[in-house]
Design a protein around this ligand. Structure first.
Ligand SMILES: [Zn+2]
Length: 447
């Protein structure tokens, strides 16, 4: 589960925040193929109910233990890790996603995005990151997503909805739930969590209370909807409940002190979820072989599960066994060829192997991973290394510039883009990308 650090010490963001007198914690995304796939699965019936093409909206996890979920544009729903971990059932998570989706389909974002453009800083960010992602994917809308997502994580005021918007999102979100056969009571259960927080000082409330203002009206409206539809048939989805529990088990292993986690796990429990939590915690304790043994039991249980092979590969790679890690990642890629995060893991393992052949293969795999998903800073770092080891310092500088741009470190992005422009063949596609980055960083730094 690689963690991508965002926005640490970014000067533009600091300026923006100084203006708003709001403190911001360094934010990061948790990029994990299994978790993102599970979220997509869990959201799929809601996308269908809303008539939205699932490939157009990503679900990304913010590495934050507090409770929050938010959208900034039409391309991404952000969920705090703490929210997923603390919701007791998958239907409640689906009701949160339905509510966010309703903000998107009701156009509650367009206006906010326009407001944002009043902030000159945001324009700088947007142009820069828009260029980066658009050149990487050929899809300009992805670029917008990166830009608004990045800026918004820094600046939560951009995402605060009005009470009227909240009521609308509740009504439409509940309709999606009902259409998908999910009990609308789950939406009320989520609001009940936050109702208990109203008496707390603002600083002690979860940020969800600020981004989605709670009101008596919201609860009354929801109750009326539930009363009207209460007799409708709903059916629990066993598959989604499984992936939800598995996602929580993985988070439990990754979040917090591993020694504490292990002490509080039932030593005799051999169920799948406990084993998964234990494997991750053992790995984080540096107990590679014990962690790998737990993974073997899980792979026995689900031999065609790409994510279990991937996780064992990660455990071995970080434990210093690149050779076996490569084999596991290869197996994982063969089981899930459309997962850029797994492909990036394979590239990382091949780089660690270090032979000339493996290094060439790493470059090919990392380039492919980047084609599919350019928003992975760790992949960009490995790709730059792969270019350098394969003899192209121009491409290494270009990819490094793009990584810094993604992290909003514009000065570093500019330095590397300049170097790339000097090294790459004049007029080539890569050289043009370096020119775009130079223009964008210049603009961003001037603001
Ligand atoms: Zn809301």
């Amino acid at each position: 589960m690689p963690v991508l650090r965002w926005l640490r010490a970014a000067p533009l963001v600091a300026l923006l925040l100084a203006m708003q007198t709001t403190a911001v914690a360094a934010q990061s995304l948790i990029r994990d193929a299994e978790i993102e796939r599970s979220l997509k699965r869990i959201a799929a019936p809601l996308f269908r109910a809303a008539g939205v093409n699932a490939s157009q909206i990503d679900l990304l996890v913010v590495n934050d233990p507090s409770l929050n979920a938010f959208v900034v544009d039409g391309t991404t729903i952000f969920l705090h890790e703490g929210l997923i971990r603390r919701l007791p059932n998958v239907e409640m998570l689906q009701s949160v996603i339905a509510h966010e989706l309703a903000h998107i389909t009701s156009g509650h974002l367009v206006r906010r995005a326009l407001n944002m453009q009043d902030t000159r800083t945001a324009i700088g960010l947007g142009m820069l990151l828009g260029v980066v992602a658009a050149t990487a994917t050929g899809r300009s809308d992805v670029g917008t997503g990166v830009m608004l997502g990045t800026a918004s994580v820094a600046k939560r005021q951009f995402m605060v909805h009005t009470r009227a918007e909240e009521t609308t999102a509740d009504q439409i979100g509940t309709r999606y739930l009902i259409r998908a056969g999910i009990t609308p009571k789950a939406a009320l259960d989520v609001l009940e969590i936050f109702r208990g927080q109203e008496a707390l000082a603002v600083g002690r409330q979860d940020p969800y209370n600020r981004t989605h203002p709670l009101s008596r009206q919201r609860i009354t409206t929801l109750k009326a909807v539930i009363a009207a539809y209460g007799s409708r048939k709903t059916w629990p989805d066993v598959e989604n409940a499984y992936w939800f529990s598995r996602m929580k088990a993985k988070f439990r292993g990754f979040v917090g002190n591993p020694a504490y986690i292990l002490r509080h796990l039932d030593k005799n429990a051999t169920d799948e979820f406990t084993r998964l939590t234990r494997a991750v915690a053992l790995h984080r304790e540096g107990k590679r072989d014990a962690a790998a043994q737990e993974m073997d039991r899980l792979i026995e249980k689900r031999p065609d599960d790409a994510y279990y092979h991937e996780l064992k590969g990660q455990i071995l790679l970080e434990g210093g066994d690149a050779k076996h890690a490569v084999a596991l990642y290869r197996k994982a890629v063969s089981l899930a060829p459309r997962e850029p995060l797994i492909l990036a893991g394979l590239g990382r393992a091949e780089l660690a192997l270090g032979s000339r052949k493996a290094t060439r293969q790493a470059l090919a795999d990392l380039r492919k991973a980047r084609q599919m998903d350019p928003r992975d800073a760790r992949m960009l770092r490995d790709l730059a290394i792969a270019w350098a080891r394969n003899g192209s310092s121009g491409m290494a500088s270009l990819v490094t510039a793009e990584r810094y741009a993604l992290l909003t470190r514009f000065k570093d992005a500019q330095t590397n883009a300049k170097r790339a422009a000097g090294l790459l063949p004049r007029g080539s596609a890569a050289w043009l990308r370096a020119q775009d980055l130079l223009a964008a960083t210049k603009l961003a730094l001037r603001k």
